[in-house]
Write a new protein. Structure first.
Length: 124
């Protein structure tokens, strides 16, 4: 197995482990997003792979720092994510901007605390 493949797998596993520190709704969303992105970028060229790895390594570092803060502070004071600079946004194509918008909408939805199932009174 090549060194690059080993690094990619290691980073992928590290991110999924770090996601265990997130609230359940963010973990599920994040895990699916990571799986999709790593799958999409499986066969990219060297330059794109290098940039991809750097961005995900930066992401892992941010999640690690936020996880450490979470252990030091109460859940109510936890902060997730980081702002995107205009410089980074300039690298996004239209499809990526659309994905980013969908991700923002999904992460800012009010979280459901309970699932309510209507009881229709029938025995099954």
């Amino acid at each position: 197995m090549s060194s690059h493949v080993s690094r990619v797998r290691s980073l992928y596993k590290k991110i999924l482990l770090l996601h265990r520190t997130l609230p359940l709704h963010l973990r599920a969303l994040g895990d699916q997003y990571v799986k999709d992105e790593f799958r999409k970028h499986k066969n990219v060229g060297h330059a794109e792979a290098k940039l991809f790895m750097k961005e995900w390594e930066d992401y892992a570092a941010i999640v690690w720092e936020q996880a450490k803060q979470g252990f030091e502070h109460s859940e109510a004071k936890r902060h997730f994510g980081a702002p995107l600079t205009e410089d980074k946004l300039d690298f996004f194509n239209e499809e990526q901007i659309g994905q980013l918008h969908e991700l923002m909408q999904e992460t800012t939805k009010p979280k459901m605390q309970f699932d309510v199932i209507e009881d229709d009174g029938q025995k099954r």
